[in-house]
Ligand binder design. Structure first.
Ligand code: ADP
Ligand code: MG
Length: 348
């Protein structure tokens, strides 16, 4: 049988890296994006530009591919469901529906007896005023947040009074964790109890945006085992197919919490391209296209730096050593804090 053609919804850097991984496996890709300047256009075989609600464009995609995946979680559930009626969407749309909503996501995780931060749903100011036990806390939009967007720090009553947002749109208040560290675990699940899991990655954020990722993470053996166990449990419970990332907090008393789950390849896993024999992107393509599962192992320790905004101009002029791998996302517009590229350095 010939290789399937893979549709990718979303045209950012994650879509680009998926397309590159697919090409290596001889899989053709069609990227569908609502951004005419999608970087992934340059790395894919075909590109469809259109709104995610445009039925003609959805049909065009469906007719051109055999299986469809996505590089970001905020695609309307209706769109994914409609596509899924004709061609398989992986991970399943029902998974995306849970995870793209912070409340549904946290309820789901807690039902599995996996620890998250304490949280409540907020729809008006009086609910917020009554939630003293969760303050200081972070007020987050229940949907569409990324890179810290849509988040408000609430330290006291003044912060509540000064809020200029429409709470009826749906928010969640999370107790602020006194962070010692953040880690993530990336897992690619193929089928029941069949998965490849990467070791925990230590992540450092600046202004709620990922700045550095490093392996190995400097964590206790107990946290290492617990984080992997929870990632496996989450993937199995969701009957997930493809690559999934679990973001964790570790507090100052060494308690582990799941922060959130990303139903997709993840920024912290960029270092897997150079540090492992099979990257998170290649494993994702292998899983959703039902290719052979290859035992995945680390080749080298590594650290990754995210290059944001105008910093990219500096890196474009640099020369790199043999152990350094620079990725330019080839985005047309430089914006402050926008992820423009990354640099992975293999280390001892
Ligand atoms: P996003 O969807 O924007 O990635 P996150 O919930 O992961 O949203 O928040 C981004 C970052 O903000 C986290 O990685 C962490 O550094 C910080 N943060 C978020 N929630 C909390 C919390 N409850 N306590 C402490 N830090 C938090
Ligand atoms: Mg996050």
């Amino acid at each position: 049988m010939s290789n399937p053609v893979l549709g990718i919804i979303g045209g950012g850097q994650l879509g680009s890296m998926l397309a590159v991984a697919a090409k290596k496996l001889n899989i053709k890709t069609v990227v569908f994006s609502d951004d005419i300047d999608s970087p992934a256009e340059k790395f894919s075989d075909e590109f469809i530009f259109g709104e995610y609600s445009n039925k003609d464009k959805i049909n065009e995609l469906v007719n051109k591919v055999d299986v469809i995946t996505y590089e970001f979680e905020n695609i309307p559930f209706e769109t994914l469901n409609e596509i899924n009626e004709n061609k398989p969407v992986l991970p399943k749309p029902s998974i995306n529906r849970i995870i793209q909503h912070r409340l549904a996501e946290k309820d789901f995780i807690n039902r599995l007896k996996i620890r998250t931060t304490q949280y409540i749903s907020i729809e008006n100011k009086s609910e917020l005023n009554a939630a003293q036990q969760l303050i200081p806390g972070l007020l987050k939009t229940t949907t569409l947040g990324y890179d810290g967007k849509g988040q408000h720090l609430i330290n006291n009553i003044d912060d509540i009074n000064n809020l200029k947002i429409d709470l009826t749109k749906g928010y969640i208040l999370e107790k602020l964790v006194k962070l010692k560290k953040e880690i993530s675990v990336i897992i690619t699940r193929f089928s029941d109890q069949k998965y490849e899991i990467y070791e925990p990655i230590e992540n450092q954020h600046e202004d709620q945006i990922l700045k550095y990722s490093v392996i190995p993470a400097h964590i206790s053996d107990k946290i290492l085992k617990q984080s992997k166990k929870w990632a496996i449990q989450l993937a199995e419970e969701l009957k997930y197919v493809g690559t999934l990332c679990v973001e964790f907090f570790i507090d100052r008393n060494d308690n582990l919490y799941v922060n959130e789950v990303a139903p997709r390849v993840h920024n912290s896993g960029h270092l897997t391209i150079n540090a492992y024999n099979v990257s998170q992107f290649e494993n994702h393509v292998r899983a959703v296209c039902e290719l052979e599962q290859v035992p995945t192992h680390k080749i080298s320790n590594a650290k990754m730096l995210n290059i944001l905004g105008s910093q990219i101009a500096v890196y474009r002029k640099l020369q790199f050593n043999k152990n350094e791998f620079f990725y330019d996302y080839l985005k047309l517009k430089i914006k402050e804090k926008r992820k423009m590229g990354h640099l992975t350095t293999l280390v001892e």
